[in-house]
Design a binder for this molecule. Structure first.
Ligand SMILES: [Cu+2]
Length: 215
């Protein structure tokens, strides 16, 4: 696996996503404008991926450009950072991946395999600081889960436009990453090798553990 190439490919997908969104904005210009000032409530049931056994729920309240994000999850790998994002792609299926997305048939869904389903990162749901896709792997600013339980709450800002409208219309996907495949209490390279996103990280740190569409 050419990690750098794939990483570059993912970067390309981010770009393609934004460009697609711009196109969508133009295409939708004549559609009835949604109540921009109204508050929109979105909910996602988070279901486990990669047999993580985790469960969870996300609630997002969007008022204007501000989104208040609440996530409750349990049975995540204990005491380990869990990267988590709002994913969206103008060209993605806007759903959670399934076994059919395991394109290399290794019985694992990695992040890249999930991209056709949930798209690239739109927001990094960090505990502090930057929330852009740049913080996608900022492992020191994601929730750790001492007992496998996550209770997360943060308000993040969006730029107005087609992408925010798409999220409000039910096309955003919440993904929580981090799967201890071999159950040894840590993210290591024994479980599933190196991450396809960053070869310095174990795949266990980046493989998706929970996923849900915000509707
Ligand atoms: Cu993600």
């Amino acid at each position: 696996m050419q990690h750098r190439k794939l990483y570059a490919a993912l970067g390309g997908l981010v770009l393609a996503g934004s460009l697609g969104a711009v196109g969508m904005q133009a295409g939708n210009a004549t559609e009835a404008a949604p109540a921009a000032r109204g508050t929109v409530h979105l909910d996602a049931t988070l279901n486990s991926l990669n047999d993580s056994g985790a469960t969870g729920h996300a609630h997002v309240k969007i008022t204007g450009r501000k989104a208040h994000v609440e996530i409750d999850a349990r049975r995540l790998a204990k005491g380990l950072p869990h990267a988590q994002h709002l994913h969206f792609g103008a060209d993605a299926r806007n759903e959670c991946p399934s076994v059919f997305d395991d394109t290399n048939n290794d019985h694992r869904l990695n992040v890249a395999e999930g991209v056709p389903a949930y798209g690239p990162i739109l927001k990094s749901l960090t505990t502090s600081g930057d929330t852009s896709p740049k913080s996608g792997l900022a492992v020191d600013r994601f929730p750790t889960t001492p007992k496998g339980v996550e209770e997360y709450e943060r308000t993040i800002n969006f730029a107005p436009g087609a992408v925010l409208r798409a999220i409000k219309s039910g096309k955003g996907v919440i993904v929580i990453h981090g799967v201890d495949h071999n159950g040894n209490g840590t993210y290591d390279f024994e479980g599933a090798g190196a991450s396809e996103l960053d070869p310095s990280l174990p795949a266990e740190a980046t493989d998706p553990a929970l996923c849900g569409v915000l509707r």
